[in-house]
Design a protein around this ligand. Structure first.
Ligand code: PEP
Ligand code: MN
Length: 341
């Protein structure tokens, strides 16, 4: 259920409604919008079915939430959410007019290699550095990432470049460590329905970028985001990274229609990852352009100085000069659709 308050409802009126909801063992989520405040009621709201909430002082109307997901829905919050990343001084907010590009290697391989790419992507206009320290590889025989050492390299790269860092967390036991170091916690496609991990990151105070599961429907994707928000973490970013289909020419099939669909169903920002979606570096720039044209709030792009020697995903990684050229092209598309890059 959603309780929409009147324009200008006082704090005492809002607190009174919140108090009543809590007295019935339900959880109120207060969302203060520019226009007015909305209270989402989480839990089995049949217990307040007979409470005349609509005549409480300050209340405009009471509405059922029809979608299966609640906190992530547009019904709950009509305005786009802006997710602030890193220290306020970094000025990175995802979901507004300004687009943000997260770029870097698939995996952190060494501090030296990471620094080369970090400096290059920053110079080309990336505002967030990506790099996997804990790698969820399909095969147990391939490079699994540097782990805690990789995280330290990312922290060092942030210190030197000023770029906030995004990195994946794959294990509930590492959430505290990664949340202490990273600016955005990434939940990878293989863990989109690892509910315990979602609950765990939902209890941190760091933004979470949730990647769409390999075979997840949009409904399942949004319900996974709901797990994170239900824990109290409102700073969720959705990432479309391609889904499994019968097509084998590309690594996955980039579901670009998911971008406007997600933006209409949810207030959360949407990022597109054309690197993992296509698996081929030649396809990254065209799909990145299409993603921005479709309304994405940003991109995640894999970049490697020497893809032939990459320990993972070299075939989909752009070399820095190609990344630079793509960013210039993307600025034109961004301007054409009223965005900035
Ligand atoms: C990644 O971004 O490093 C990654 C492993 O992506 P995905 O979870 O989308 O496969
Ligand atoms: Mn990768």
């Amino acid at each position: 259920m959603i309780i929409v308050l009147k324009h200008g409802a006082t704090k005492a009126e809002i607190d009174h409604v919140v108090q009543k909801i809590k007295e019935h063992g339900l959880t109120p989520h207060v969302s203060e919008g520019k226009e007015r405040t909305i209270i989402g009621v989480i839990g089995d709201d049949r217990v307040i079915e007979n409470l005349p909430l609509s005549i409480f002082p300050g209340v405009d109307k009471v509405m059922p939430i029809l979608s299966p997901y609640k906190l992530v829905s547009r019904e709950f919050k009509s305005e786009d959410s802006l997710v602030a990343v890193g220290p306020a001084s970094a000025g990175v907010k995802i979901g507004g007019k300004r687009l943000h590009v997260m770029a870097g290697p698939c995996a952190v391989e060494s501090l030296e290699r990471l620094m080369t790419v970090a400096e290059a992507v920053k110079a080309s206009g990336a505002t967030i550095l990506r790099g996997g320290a804990f790698k969820p590889r399909t095969s147990p025989h391939t490079f699994q990432g540097l782990g805690a050492e990789g995280l330290e390299h990312l922290v060092e790269a942030r210190k030197k470049t000023g770029l906030p860092i995004v990195t994946e967390v794959v294990d509930t036991r590492d959430v505290e460590l990664v949340a202490r170091q990273a600016d955005i916690l990434q939940i990878g496609t293989r863990n989109m329905q690892n509910f315990q991990l979602l609950i765990e990151v939902g209890q941190t105070d760091k933004p979470v970028m949730l990647k769409r599961g390999l075979s997840a429907t949009i409904k399942e994707f949004l319900l996974a985001a709901e797990y994170i928000m239900k824990g109290g973490n409102q700073r969720v970013i959705l990432c479309e990274r391609g889904i499994r289909t019968f097509e084998t020419q590309t690594r996955n099939t980039l579901d670009l229609a998911a971008v406007p669909v997600l933006k209409s169903l949810s207030h959360l920002p949407v990022i597109v990852d054309p690197s993992h979606a296509t698996g081929k570096w030649e396809l990254v720039a065209p799909m990145a352009k299409a993603a921005i044209a479709a309304g994405a709030d940003g991109l995640m792009i894999e970049v490697h100085a020497n893809p032939e020697e990459a320990l993972s995903d070299g075939e989909e990684s752009l070399k820095p000069p190609k990344f630079h050229a793509m960013m210039q092209e993307l600025r034109k598309i961004a301007a054409a659709v009223g965005r900035e890059l």
